[in-house]
Ligand binder design. Sequence first.
Ligand SMILES: Nc1ncnc2c1ncn2[C@@H]1O[C@H](COP(=O)(O)OP(=O)(O)OP(=O)(O)O)[C@@H](O)[C@H]1O
Ligand code: SF4
Length: 271
Amino acid sequence: MDRSEKGNLSAVKHVVLVLSGKGGVGKSTITTELALALTHAGKKVGILDVDLCGPSIPRMLRVGKPEVHQCDAGWVPVYADAQQKLALMSIGFLLEDSDEAVVWRGPKKTALIGQFVSDVAWGELDVLLVDTPPGTSDEHLAVVENLRKHKVDGAVLVTTPQAVSTGDVRREITFCKKTAVKILGIVENMSGYVCPHCSECSNIFSKGGGEELAKLTGSVFLGSVPLDPLLTARLDEGRDILQVFPESGTYTAISDIANTLLSSLEHTDTD
Ligand SMILES: Nc1ncnc2c1ncn2[C@@H]1O[C@H](COP(=O)(O)OP(=O)(O)OP(=O)(O)O)[C@@H](O)[C@H]1O
Ligand code: SF4
């Protein structure tokens, strides 16, 4: 295939990395929900799931494990919706079984990431969200290096009230500084617990650390998302909370974050 390095990303307006200092803070959840919220805002969105150790986005979007097809321009992404507004390419589609990637050595992982970044035929997209593995590994460097050939608008950092005080998220910030990736903003996930009976949100852990961290690092605080059992259940069923529970506070929190992110991306267009 004769493709330039930029070819497949040339019609992608914005590329955003989603990073977290450690696993389990809800990075894939936030990526999925932000992508859905952006499609509800009328945007065409892609998700590149390079979380080799635990590709969970196909499950969250209920796309299963489709066969990936090739066209002249590269791998054809899978659409998560009938309107073809949410395109997805995941390492999970290419693995024989979910444990396969865990045993791969560094060079194989980085080669695959390079291919992923340049060989998916995204077509026109408003925003491409890149879900990365947790931490700051060689895989992150490979993602950044390969995307840099095109462009990266910046990174959204996902943290939790507990993780904010640990070194993990600070290492992520240092990683962004060292690789010259702009921090577009910080999201505090699992911020408070929404009662499934009365929808009251209680702060079981201290709140506000994400905002504090944003101030300390001179980044934008994009907002917080509570731990909401409705969201867990919808994710497990592969349904869209934004459609199923449009009245919920969690819906509002996610769409506010998506809108803030969108305006900051569109603002850079006019700079
Ligand atoms: N705000 C939330 N409310 C309810 N459940 C959530 C929320 N955020 C995440 N979860 C649940 O927490 C679990 C971990 O989330 P997720 O897989 O998104 O984490 P992650 O940071 O991407 O993990 P990893 O880096 O290991 O892939 C999932 O079962 C998800 O459904
Ligand atoms: S009002 Fe309080 S105790 Fe009652 S269901 Fe809601 S959170 Fe639970």
